[in-house]
Design a protein around this ligand. Sequence first.
Ligand code: C2E
Ligand code: MG
Ligand code: MG
Length: 590
Amino acid sequence: MSTAIENRTVESTIVESQNIFLMAEDNPLDAEIFSEMLKNSFGNRYSIFCVDRFKKILQALETNSFNALILDMNLPDSSGVNNVVEIGEKFPNLPIIVLTGDDDIQKAIDALQNGAQDYLSKNHVTPETLERSLRYASERKQIEQKLKFALQDAAFKNIQLEAQAKHDSLTGLANRTYFADVASRVIHRARRYKCLASLMYFDLNGFKKINDNYGHVAGDELLKQVSNRLMCIVRDTEFLARMGGDEFVIITDLLKDKTEIYPLLKRIQQQFDTPFKIGPHEISVSTSIGIAFYPEADSLDLLIKHADCAMYEAKSEPEKSICFYSGKLAAQYARTQKIESSFTKAIEKNELVAFFQPIISVSDPDLVYVEALARWHSSELGNISPSEFIPIAESTPTINNITQIISQKSSLLSQGLRIMGLPLQKIAINVDAYQLSDPHFSRRLLNQIEISHLEPNQICLELTERQVVQNINQCKTQIELLRREGITLALDDFGTGYSSITYLLDLPFDVLKIDRILIADIDKNTRNQALVAGIVEMAHRLDMKVVAEGIESNCEKDAAINLGCDFLQGFFYSGPMPLEEALLFFQLKK
Ligand code: C2E
Ligand code: MG
Ligand code: MG
C-alpha cells in the first residue's frame, strides 16, 4: 500500500486502506514527522492526507471518508476548541485526535470535553503513542456512538411510554389519569381567577345493544369514529378525554358565564346527527350529556359525580338528552345508587317475590287470567316499587333473573289453582323489550316455562309500548318465534305518550292494554271516552283483545264495558296480592 503523502492538498483519489487518516497541520516539518511516525507504525498499510487550513478539512471530509482526523488546534484560518465542535457536529462519526503544544494542556482538555477522542503533545509523541492513540480514538468513538444511539433510543421509548400512559390505546384520546391531571389544573386556575369551569360527562345511548347486535369489533370502531368526530370539535380551552367504555368527558376552562358552554353542547350534539358507517352498517347513535360546574362542585371528584348524576337523569327520559346538575338530582341520584347496590344482593337474599293481580274477562267471569308483578322488600331500604327498581334492572342481565323468579312463582300459583280445580288460563308476565334483543331469549324462556310446568299457551308476555317503539327490530324476530310456540303477547301501557299505531300494525300482538292514564275517570271524561272507543275499535279490527288497566270504581268498570273493553284490571277487583291471598281470591270467587 502506498504512503500517499501529499503535503498541503488533498488527493481526490483515496487509496483503499483500513488506515486512512486526515492530518490538519500547517507546519510542513511537523506534518513530515507525523507521516514518518505513521510509516513506522503501519508500514505500507496506511494512507495519509494532509491539509493546512480549517476550511480544507471540511472540504476533505465532505468528499472522502477517513478513519480519523489528526488535528492541530492552531490553524491559520481558525483555531481553538470551536474547530473540534464544528467538525463533531458536521461529521459525528469521525474520531478526532488533537495535537497540542506543552503549554496547551487546558485546550486539550477542552477539546476532549467538546468531542475529541484523544490528544497528543507534539513534543512527546512517539510512533507507538501515535498508533495507540489512533486505535484508542477509533474505539472510543465507536463506544460513544453506540452509547449515543442507546440513549436516543431510550429517550424515544420514554416519550412513547409517557404518551401511552396518558392516552387511551383504542381512540388515542386522553385517558382518565391524564384527564385527572389536566382537570385538577383547570380547577386550580378557575379558583385563582375566580372563574367558572364546566364538566360535561356523556355516553352513547344503547351502546351495549350495539355491541351485542353488531359485535365488539364494530363497537370499538364506533368508539373510534365518535372520538375522531369529537376531536375535531374541541377548542384550545376545552379538554376531551375517554373515561372508559363509551363514556367521554370534556372540561372547559375559565368561563365567565354558564351560557358560554352552549356552542360546545351544540357542537357535540351535531356530531351525532349523521349516522356512523361501520362496515356494511349505518348506525345512528345519540348521546346523553350531564353537566356540572365549578365552583358549585369545588373538587374534581364532586364535579365528576355531579355531571355523572346529571347524565343519568338525561338518560332516564328519552326526549331529554342534556341535563344540568341540580340539588334535587343529587337526592334522586343517591337513592338510585343505593337501590342499584342493594339490588344485586336482593336476588341472592330471595327478597324478590311475585304478586298476582286478577284480570277479569267481561264475557266469561270464570276465566282465570292473572298478571304477575314483581315485588321487592329490601332488608336495607324497605319496600321498593317496581317502577323504581325495574328501570335500574333494565339493560342489565339481572332482568332475566327477575323473569325467572316470576315464572317460578307463577308455577306455584298454577299448581295451587289446579288443586282447587280452577285451571289457570293465562298468566301475564312482564318482560323488558331489552331482553328480547338477546337472540337466546325465547329458548331460555321456553325452558323456564317447561321447568315451571307451565304450558306456552298459558303465558302472555307483556311488553311496554315505550320499549317496543325503541327496540322494534330486535323485538320483531323474538316475538314471531314466541308466538309460533303458542305464547301470546300483550302491548302494555298503551297510550302513555308514544305514538306507535304504525308499529302496532307491524307486530303480531294479541292483547292491547290501555294504560290507566286513559281509564282514570273514564265515566266522566268524554275526551278519554272518545280515545278509548277509537282504540278498542282499532284493536278489534286488528284481531286484538283489549284490557282496561286501572279500574278503580264501579263507574269506571261500567264505562269500560260500554266502550267495548274485553278485560278489566284494577283495584276495583283487587290490587296485586301475594300467592296465598290470590289463591283465596279465586277460591271465594268460585
Ligand atoms: P304494569 O305492567 O302496567 O302493571 C300494572 C301496574 O299498575 C302495577 O304496578 C299495578 O300494581 C298497578 N295497578 C293495577 N291496578 C291499578 C289500579 O287500579 N290503580 C292504580 N293506581 N294502579 C294499579 P306495579 O306493580 O307497581 O308495577 C309497575 C310496573 O312495573 C308494571 O306496570 C310493569 O311495567 C313493571 N313491572 C312489574 N313487574 C315486572 C316484572 O316482573 N318485569 C318487568 N320487566 N316489569 C315489571
Ligand atoms: Mg303489565
Ligand atoms: Mg300497564
